[in-house]
Design a protein around this ligand. Structure first.
Ligand code: SF4
Ligand code: SF4
Length: 82
């Protein structure tokens, strides 16, 4: 009887866990710190998805396009992207 209860519990837990894992396994969003960005545009040039646009001299990551490859993070001369 006890065993059956635990089996049900584990089954449900695993299913829920998988969904939750996927959500948490995704890297955090790439973010450009506006107070550090100089607007040089290097990040926008290297982004393979054109996910970065310059607005008022500051680079902005379009979250819906960005796939978090972090190429832009490596090329930013100011270290403004995280
Ligand atoms: S590379 Fe860095 S400093 Fe240049 S526009 Fe992009 S975030 Fe700003
Ligand atoms: S992390 Fe990759 S996809 Fe996202 S803005 Fe930077 S270069 Fe583009």
């Amino acid at each position: 009887m006890k065993g059956k209860y635990y089996d049900y519990g584990n089954g449900e837990g695993n299913r829920g866990g998988r969904g939750t894992e996927q959500t948490y396994a995704r890297p955090s969003f790439t973010y450009i710190q506006p107070e550090i960005c100089t607007g040089c545009g290097v990040c926008a040039e290297v982004c393979p998805l054109d996910a970065i646009k310059l607005e008022n001299g500051i680079a902005i990551v379009m979250r819906e396009v960005c796939r978090n490859c972090k190429i832009c993070v490596r090329v930013c001369p100011e270290g403004a992207i995280m």
